[in-house]
Design a protein around this ligand. Sequence first.
Ligand code: ASP
Ligand code: MG
Length: 412
Amino acid sequence: MPILVMKFGGTSVATLDRIRRAAKRVGREVANGYDVIVIVSAMAGETNKLVGYVEETSPLFDAREYDAVVSSGEQVTAGLMALTLQEMDVPARSWQGWQVPLKTTDAHAAARIEEIPPANILAKFEQGMRVAVVAGFQGIAPDNRITTLGRGGSDTTAVAFAAAFGAERCDIYTDVDGVYTTDPRISENARKLDRIAFEEMLELASLGAKVLQTRSVELAMRYKVKLRVLSSFGEMGDDAGTLVCDEEDIVESNVVAGVAYSRDEAKMTLISVADRPGIAAAIFGPLAEAGVNVDMIVQNISEEGRTDMTFSCPTNQVARAEAAMKKAKEAGEINFHDLVADTGVAKVSVVGIGMRSHAGVAAKMFQALRDEGINIKVITTSEIKISVLIDRKYMELAVQALHDAFELEKVA
Ligand code: ASP
Ligand code: MG
């Protein structure tokens, strides 16, 4: 029988009643002739609660014990979902990560999936089981300890199962009915996309559109998993959602697919560093070692052998970045006059594969921001994305202005 993967996020399994509603959707696909692998998240809020317990008990916690605690939310929903299906006379059982086994690296709290041998679950399907309910987010390290895949990781569990089992599709059920051109809470003109290319989704996800974990989109792109995002709250049978797919499967699209933002950015400038070979390595090496996620980087024109170096990072990593730079300075690896942190900025980006073949996207973006009197502090571009740093207080305005300027409310 063909296999379908259905993933239910935390809000979709937040109560017993919602688990029942999700189970009905599973039952319908079983009736349609699929063997179903259901991936569940923990009940909404549960993982945050567990993380809180860990942090309160041990601020500098042992990540292996963190994983032992925070993986437990999914164990509960997997069992409850299996019981609910059994009550509906659907042959189902639950699987924890280690039982499958879902093998991962030993990078606790941020483990990567290495392998999912399908034999155990397939054997059960052959014996007449119709649904395997798998606890998302968790796996097992080479030393047999429980791991987790990073927050939001059950999306990645779902896509990895779809790839490993050659599933016909991977349906991600969530509390929104698809992927939007921008956050509907910011622009009332935001429109749900019927389709979006893997690469665009990857950019949007990494820019902070929280629908899918970035890693899950990477995996789907690599293994060409047909990925669908849809609401578990709508009418059954209203399965529109958004299909995340190959570029070739998108017939017509706007040049820009969406506007993304990230609110908590900081702009850090090292004033007057020596302009010499190896200076960038001497700065960004220690930052990487300190675990600072550097995003944009700009080096100024140099004067008299000195230059300014600007980079952006999340606001909650500013202290770590400052410490790393101070240490490198004291060790004599770099020299600078001052390190200036501007923690009041936000990043706004436009994303679209159409940019590859259309000129003028940057100009249009900058004009739209100019018309609102918004000053741009840093600009970076890639083949399918243009990002700017601006004052945080203009973030919403910038998102709205760009959405309007590119007429994203209209279908191409
Ligand atoms: N429960 C985990 C989290 O909240 C994993 C997930 O829901 O995807 O991050
Ligand atoms: Mg999620």
